[in-house]
Design a protein around this ligand. Structure first.
Ligand SMILES: [Zn+2]
Length: 91
């Protein structure tokens, strides 16, 4: 192989590499933007402090903030709905 041909090959190889690097950089910045958006769905963080309470009537778990409560025999019970609460108080 002549040195000139090698030089030309190297030249084109470098050009190809630069193109690939530019593509990578572009795709990297694009994925950075995507990961920036993915910060928003952190639903778990908001509910982390919230306790789930058991409805003894139907056996379902309800977030304490949205659960109904009633006292019977000095114990507080939580319910998913007024129906369950009524059943508990009657039964
Ligand atoms: Zn219930």
């Amino acid at each position: 192989m002549k040195p000139v041909i090698i030089l030309i090959l190297v030249f084109f190889a470098v050009r190809l590499l630069r193109k690939n690097l530019l593509k990578k950089a572009a795709s990297m910045s694009a994925s950075e933007q995507k990961s920036g958006d993915s910060r928003i769905p952190n639903k778990g963080a908001g509910n982390r402090g919230e306790e789930m309470v058991l409805d003894p009537v139907c056996g379902s778990y309800v977030p304490e903030s949205s659960a109904l409560s009633a006292k019977r025999d000095g114990e507080t019970a939580h319910f998913c709905s007024t129906e369950c609460r009524e059943k508990f108080l009657k039964g």
